[in-house]
Design a protein around this ligand. Structure first.
Ligand SMILES: Nc1ncnc2c1ncn2[C@@H]1O[C@H](COP(=O)(O)OP(=O)(O)OP(=O)(O)O)[C@@H](O)[C@H]1O
Ligand SMILES: [Mg+2]
Length: 254
C-alpha cells in the first residue's frame, strides 16, 4: 500500500466529523473519495495533510507513520493537495505560483536567497524550467506572466494542480477539482488526471458527483455522516444499496 488509513477519527467538540475510517490506496491508482455534503471528505484530507491532528487512528505513508505531522513535513514526504476553495497567490504571476510550489524541494533556500550564490542561481533556473514544463503539462503555457487572479476560474484550478505537482508528490490529493467547471472543462480535467497518474503519481480525488468519478477511478470509497459506507471497485460501489440510500437521503448528486 502507498497509503494506509487506519481507524481515523476526528471530533470537533461534540461533532464526530469522522469515525473509524479505514482503507488503503495502492500506488498507481486513481482513488475516488465520494459522499454527500458534510460527509467528512475534506476533513479526512485536512487530517492527512497536517491541517488538523486526527482525534484517533493512524496514517501510514510509504511505510512511515505520518499521523499528526505538520503541513510542510507532509509535503516533503511526497503528499500534495489542492483546496476546495482555490488558494493561489493571486497577486503573483502564473509562473511564480508554480515556482513557489517547487521551492519546498530545493536545498539552499534561505541562506541561498540571501547570498544569491551560484548554486542558488542554478537552482532558480532549474525551478523556472520545471515550472514552465508543468504549466505546459496542464495546458497553461500562454498566460505564464499573467497575474493568477486574472485567470478564468477553470484555469485557476489547473494552476493549483500544477503548483501541487511542483512539489513532486507521489500522492496528489484533489478536493473537488471539477467544482464550478462546465461539462467540457470537467471532461478535460478528468483526462488530465489520467495523464497525472500516467506520470507515476497516485491520485486521491474527492468528488461530490458520483458519475464523474465512476469513469476514471480504479477504486472508490464512500463516506456518509463521517462514516465509511463502503470501498471497492466503481461497479460494486455504484450498485450498493447503502450508497444509493446515502445519496437519496440528501440533495441529488448524480
Ligand atoms: N473546523 C471545523 N470545525 C467544526 N466543524 C467542522 C470543521 N470542519 C468541518 N466541520 C464539520 O465536519 C463535517 C464534515 O465536513 P467536511 O467539510 O469534511 O465535509 P465534506 O464531505 O467535505 O462536504 P462538502 O461536500 O460540502 O465539501 C461537517 O458537519 C462540517 O460542518
Ligand atoms: Mg469538502
Amino acid at each position: 500500500m502507498l497509503l494506509t488509513i487506519e481507524r481515523i477519527a476526528k471530533n470537533f467538540g461534540g461533532l464526530a466529523a469522522l469515525s473509524d475510517i479505514s482503507f488503503g490506496i495502492e500506488p498507481g491508482q486513481i482513488f475516488g473519495l465520494i459522499g454527500p455534503n458534510g460527509a467528512g471528505k475534506t476533513t479526512l484530507f485536512n487530517c492527512l495533510t497536517g491541517v488538523y491532528k486526527p482525534s484517533a487512528g493512524r496514517f501510514t505513508f510509504e511505510d512511515a507513520d505520518i499521523t499528526g505531522i505538520s503541513e510542510p513535513k507532509v509535503a516533503q514526504r511526497g503528499i500534495a493537495r489542492t483546496f476546495q476553495n482555490i488558494r493561489l497567490f493571486k497577486e503573483m504571476t502564473v509562473l511564480e505560483n508554480v515556482m513557489v510550489g517547487r521551492h519546498c524541494r530545493t536545498a539552499s533556500r534561505l541562506w541561498g536567497a540571501i547570498t544569491r550564490n551560484r548554486k542558488t542561481r542554478d537552482e532558480e533556473r532549474e525551478i523556472r524550467t520545471k515550472a514552465a514544463e508543468l504549466l505546459a503539462f496542464v495546458e497553461l503555457s500562454g498566460p505564464e506572466d499573467h497575474l493568477a487572479k486574472n485567470l478564468p476560474y477553470g484555469h485557476q484550478r489547473r494552476l493549483e494542480i500544477a503548483r501541487a505537482l511542483a512539489t513532486e508528490p507521489s500522492l496528489l490529493c484533489l478536493d473537488e477539482p471539477a467544482a464550478g467547471m462546465n461539462p467540457q472543462e470537467a471532461g478535460e480535467l478528468m483526462a488530465m488526471i489520467r495523464r497525472i497518474r500516467d506520470r507515476g503519481v497516485t491520485v486521491l480525488l474527492i468528488e461530490h458527483h458520483m458519475r464523474v468519478v465512476m469513469g476514471i477511478c480504479d477504486r472508490v470509497a464512500v463516506l456518509d455522516g463521517g462514516r465509511l459506507v463502503t470501498a471497492g471497485p466503481p461497479d460494486d460501489v455504484r450498485g450498493d444499496p447503502r450508497v444509493i440510500e446515502a445519496y437519496l437521503g440528501k440533495a441529488p448528486a448524480c
